[in-house]
Design a protein. Structure first.
Length: 207
């Protein structure tokens, strides 16, 4: 049985274009594979801890800085629990709107929580960083109100997909498919554009 983690980075619920695409993809995947198990993680409704001093100090012990005392161990256990939810999945469906050229801060917070040595990445002085996740795949659904690939720079710059692709590669996920609805606002045919993006999401799921 295949397990998919559906990660929602938009707070807009039913009004979210990115999650509309992700949901269409997931429904088509489930139709093609009824045994698919889908778990949804809505980042704006999840109990994500602040990655503050205790968590950061616990992380640094893996690099030989300080010791893992009881306070740091408690903070680290929470990080491990959230990270294991992520690493236990075989596939991922990310719904990611563009915010100010990048990703929503809740997604960045989540990434900072789960990007941990020994859990999702390793490091060796000569080798550098390397991902620990193997045989996993991701489908990412990107939206932006004004930005579009190839558009004039006055309409924005893409630190959204470039950042997320870099991060996925860093933790070992290189099998990545993307569907874009960009722009979603600066277009004379927004409904047609959304329907076309939904069709692309469904086609991707049926591959």
């Amino acid at each position: 049985m295949t397990k998919m983690l559906h990660i929602i980075a938009s707070p807009r619920d039913e009004a979210s274009h990115s999650n509309t695409l992700a949901k269409a993809y997931i429904e088509a995947r489930k139709a093609a594979d009824p045994s698919l198990e889908v778990e949804t993680l809505h980042l704006w409704k999840a109990n994500l801890p602040e990655f503050d001093g205790d968590e950061a100090a616990a992380k640094m012990t893996f690099f030989g800085v300080g010791e893992m005392d009881d306070t740091r161990k408690s903070a680290w256990d929470q990080v491990v629990e959230i990270t294991e939810q992520f690493t236990s999945a075989d596939e991922y469906a990310f719904a990611v709107p563009m915010w100010n050229g990048g990703v929503p801060y809740k997604l960045k917070q989540y990434i900072d929580i789960i990007t941990q040595p020994g859990l999702t990445f390793g490091f060796e002085p000569e080798r550098g960083y390397f991902g620990l996740l193997e045989n996993k795949k991701a489908a990412v659904f990107y939206t932006a109100g004004v930005f579009a690939p190839g558009a004039d720079a006055k309409y924005g710059t893409d630190y959204q997909s470039t950042y997320l692709t870099w991060w996925l590669n860093t933790i070992g996920i290189e099998d990545i498919d993307t569907v874009r609805l960009q722009p979603s606002l600066l277009t004379p045919t927004p409904e047609d554009d959304q329907n076309a993006a939904i069709d692309r999401a469904i086609t991707l799921a049926q591959k």
